[in-house]
Design a protein around this ligand. Structure first.
Ligand code: NAP
Length: 524
C-alpha cells in the first residue's frame, strides 16, 4: 500500500477514514500515494478556520501578513527540488513545464509579498476618494474595503497544483482571510506537500491554511454568507457550484474560472516572410506543447488570413515535428504526458469530435514515444487541425465551442483583408481568458485591441519590437488580470492589488470629514 496523504484541518494533520484514491504516474502507470477526506469533521474544520484563523490573521496588518508570504516563499524555494520530483512523477511534466507551475507559484507568492509591504501597518483600505454629499463639505462619503470575516474555499483544477494554490492563497492571506484548499484529487500530492512545508515552518497562525485532499463532497455545504469560494475547472462542474444553495441562498461570493477557447490572431496585411507570422508560429507551437496543452490559457484557435493558411500550416508542422514526446526523465524529451488515462481519453475523443469539421494538418497520434510504453503512458503528440478555408471556418461550429484540454489547436482561416470576419469568428468563442494578436503595424494592432478587450480577460499584443521581451500568450503574470468573461467563467483573479477586492467587503461610510480623516487605511 502506498502512503495515505494527511489532510490539514482544525490545526491538525488528520487522515481520512477510507482506503483512499490512488494517484498515479501518468508515464509509468505506477501508484504513487493515496488521498482520502472521508470522515473529516468538515463543520469543525470550517469553523476553526473561520474563527481562529480569521481572527488571528485580521489582528495582523497587511505588512505583517506580507512578511509571512515572503517567509512562505523562502520555505518553498528551499524545497523546490522535491516539488520538481513530485511534479515529474504525478503530472508527467518536463522540467520547463514544472517550472511554469512550481516557480510560477513561488514567484506569484513573492510578488504579493512585495505588493503587500506597500500597504503598510493598517487593517483596511480606502476605495477611491471621499465624495461630498451636500453643499457643506463637512459630511462626505468614503468607500472602504474591509477583509471579509469568513473563509476562502478553493476548489482547484488538476493542471496547476502549485501555482493554482498560491495565485489564490497569496491575495487571500494578504487580505487576512483564511484559506481551505481542495486540490483536484489526481494531482493533490504537490499541493499537499507545499502546504505541509509551510505549515511545518510555523509561519501562519493556526487555521490560516488548511488542505483537504480527496473528495469535494460536503465542502460547499459548509459555506456561510461571508465566506468566498473560488472554483477552477470544467464548465460542467462550474454549473454545479453556481447552483449550490450556498451561492443561490446565502450569497456566498464565488469566482469561477472554466473552459476557454482562446485565440491567436495574425492581422491582415502580413506577408509570408513577415516577422509577425514567425512570432505567431513560434507562440502557437509553444502554447500547444507547454504542459502538453493542459493550460486554461493555451491557444486553441489560430486565426490567419486565408492566403497565409498554407504557409502557417507548413511552418507550424515543421516546429511541431521537432517536439519529442515521452518520459520527462529523459533529457531529450520536450513534452511529457497528459495527467491521467481519463484526460488521455478525453483528448482523443475531443480530437475525433473536432476532426468531423476540420482537416488534420499535423498528426501527433502516430508519434513514436521516447522512453515510454505507448500502451501505458498517457502521452499524446501535438496535433494541428484546420478548417480548410474561410467558408469552412464559417461552417464549423465545434472549433469555437470545444476545448480539447491537450496539445491540440485548430487553424481557422478568415477572408483576406477582412479583419471583421476574423473578429466575428473569434467572438464565436463566447468570451475567453486571453487572445494574442500578431502584426508589424503598431496602429493596426492598437486598432484591434478594443475589439477584443470586451470579450477577453487579457489581450496579449506581439509586434517585432517586443519579440524578445513579451511574457508569452499563456503565461499568467500576477501583475495582470486573470479570468475572462462569458464562457470562460466570468471570474477575475490576480491583476496586482485588484485581486484583494474579492476577499474584502466594500462599504460606503457617510460621516463627518473629521471622522473620515481619523480612519487610517492603506490606499489602493
Ligand atoms: P473538474 O473535473 O471540473 O474538477 C475541478 C475541481 O472540482 C476538482 O478539484 C474536482 O475534484 C472538483 N469537483 C468535481 N466535482 C465537483 C462537485 N460536484 N462539487 C464540487 N467540486 C467538484 O476540472 P478538471 O478536469 O480538474 O480541470 C480541467 C478544466 O479546468 C479544463 O476545462 C480547464 O479549462 C479548466 N481550467 C480553467 C482555468 C481557468 O483559469 N479558467 C484554469 C485551469 C483549468 P476532484 O478532482 O476530486 O474530482
Amino acid at each position: 500500500m502506498t502512503e495515505l496523504l494527511s489532510n490539514y484541518v482544525s490545526g491538525q494533520w488528520q487522515s481520512g477514514k477510507g482506503a483512499g484514491t490512488a494517484l498515479h504516474d501518468p508515464v509509468l502507470g505506477t501508484e504513487l500515494v493515496r488521498v482520502d477526506a472521508s470522515g473529516l469533521d468538515l463543520a469543525a474544520a470550517f469553523a476553526f478556520a473561520r474563527h481562529h484563523g480569521g481572527a488571528a490573521l485580521r489582528a495582523l496588518t497587511y505588512a505583517q501578513r506580507a512578511a509571512m508570504l515572503g517567509a512562505a516563499a523562502k520555505v518553498l524555494q528551499a524545497h523546490r527540488d522535491a516539488y520538481y520530483d513530485i511534479s515529474t512523477a504525478n503530472s508527467g511534466t518536463v522540467k520547463n513545464d514544472t517550472a511554469v507551475d512550481v516557480d510560477g507559484g513561488i514567484y506569484t507568492l513573492s510578488t504579493y509579498a512585495k505588493l503587500g509591504e506597500g500597504l503598510g501597518d493598517t487593517h483596511f483600505m480606502h476605495d477611491g476618494e471621499a465624495a461630498r454629499l451636500a453643499k457643506d463639505p463637512l459630511f462626505q462619503s468614503q468607500h472602504v474595503l474591509t477583509p471579509t470575516r469568513g473563509v476562502a474555499l478553493f476548489i482547484n483544477a488538476f493542471n496547476f497544483p502549485a501555482w493554482g494554490l498560491w495565485e489564490k492563497a497569496a491575495p487571500a492571506l494578504l487580505s487576512g482571510v483564511p484559506v481551505i484548499i481542495k486540490p483536484a484529487a489526481t494531482t493533490a500530492w504537490l499541493t499537499q506537500r507545499m502546504v505541509k512545508d509551510v505549515v511545518d515552518a510555523g509561519i501562519f497562525p493556526a487555521g490560516a491554511l488548511s488542505v483537504i485532499c480527496g473528495s469535494s463532497a460536503g465542502l460547499m455545504d459548509q459555506l456561510e454568507p461571508f465566506d468566498v469560494a473560488s472554483f477552477t475547472g470544467s464548465a460542467d462542474t462550474a454549473a454545479i457550484i453556481r447552483s449550490h444553495p450556498a451561492v443561490t441562498q446565502k450569497s456566498v461570493r464565488v469566482n469561477i474560472e472554466a473552459d476557454s477557447v482562446n485565440s491567436a490572431l495574425l492581422l491582415p496585411g502580413e506577408s509570408t516572410t513577415s516577422e509577425a507570422l514567425d512570432l505567431l508560429v513560434k507562440e502557437v507551437a509553444r502554447e500547444m506543447t507547454v504542459k502538453s496543452g493542459q493550460k486554461c490559457t493555451a491557444i486553441r484557435r489560430v486565426f490567419v488570413p486565408e492566403g497565409l493558411y498554407g504557409t502557417v500550416t507548413q511552418a507550424l508542422s515543421a516546429r511541431l515535428s521537432k517536439t519529442t514526446v515521452g518520459n520527462p526523465r529523459n533529457e531529450t524529451v520536450r513534452m511529457g504526458a497528459v495527467v491521467n488515462r481519463e484526460q488521455f481519453k478525453a483528448v482523443r475523443d475531443g480530437l475525433a469530435y473536432l476532426k468531423a469539421q476540420a482537416a488534420v494538418l499535423h498528426d501527433g497520434s502516430t508519434q513514436t514515444l521516447v522512453d515510454a510504453d505507448a500502451a501505458v503512458a498517457c502521452c499524446v503528440g501535438p496535433t494541428l487541425l484546420g478548417t480548410r478555408d474561410a467558408a469552412g471556418s464559417d461552417a464549423a461550429d465545434r472549433v469555437h465551442d470545444t476545448e480539447v484540454f491537450g496539445p491540440v489547436a485548430t487553424l481557422v482561416p478568415y477572408r483576406n483583408n477582412d479583419l471583421n470576419h476574423a473578429l466575428q469568428l473569434i467572438r464565436r468563442g463566447q468570451g475567453s481568458l486571453v487572445a494574442s494578436v500578431y502584426g508589424t503595424d503598431h496602429a493596426a494592432l492598437a486598432h484591434v485591441v478594443p475589439e477584443l478587450t470586451d470579450s477577453h480577460g487579457r489581450v496579449h499584443v506581439i509586434s517585432p519590437d517586443v519579440a524578445a521581451l513579451h511574457t508569452g500568450h499563456g503565461n499568467v503574470m500576477p501583475q495582470s488580470l486573470h479570468g475572462g468573461p462569458g464562457r470562460a467563467g466570468g471570474g477575475e483573479e490576480l491583476g496586482g492589488l485588484r485581486a484583494l477586492n474579492f476577499y474584502h467587503r466594500r462599504a460606503a461610510v457617510q460621516a463627518s470629514t473629521v471622522v473620515l480623516s481619523a480612519l487610517k487605511p492603506a490606499r489602493v
